[in-house]
Write a new protein. Structure first.
Length: 100
């Protein structure tokens, strides 16, 4: 699996609208070919901090995600709501094994 952990910090007055924009992106992303997981988590200690866990079968599947209209709409909508640029860290997912 090709996994990206994305770290996001959101302006306090944009938290609720950010969560709604993420819900829409999530609901579309989980139906993409090659998607294994697309989890969005909010910090219990600091509600302005979010982590995305995005797992795809291949790096090509993850790249295709960035070409979708729902991702591009999310990216453009939330860009000004962040306190700093989001940061993605990629990993080679070992377990569980994604099946074709």
């Amino acid at each position: 699996m090709y996994v990206t952990i994305v770290y996001v910090s959101v302006k306090p007055d944009k938290i609720e609208v950010f969560k709604e924009a993420c819900r829409i992106n999530h609901e579309n992303s989980i139906h993409e070919p090659g998607n294994v997981r697309f989890d969005i988590m909010q910090s219990s200690d600091d509600p302005s901090k979010f982590v995305f866990y995005e797992a795809y079968k291949t790096q090509q599947d993850a790249a295709a995600h960035k070409e979708t209209s729902h991702y591009q709409a999310w990216r453009d909508t939330v860009a000004d709501w962040m306190t700093e640029p989001r940061r993605g860290v990629t990993y080679q997912g070992l377990y569980p094994i994604a099946h074709s």
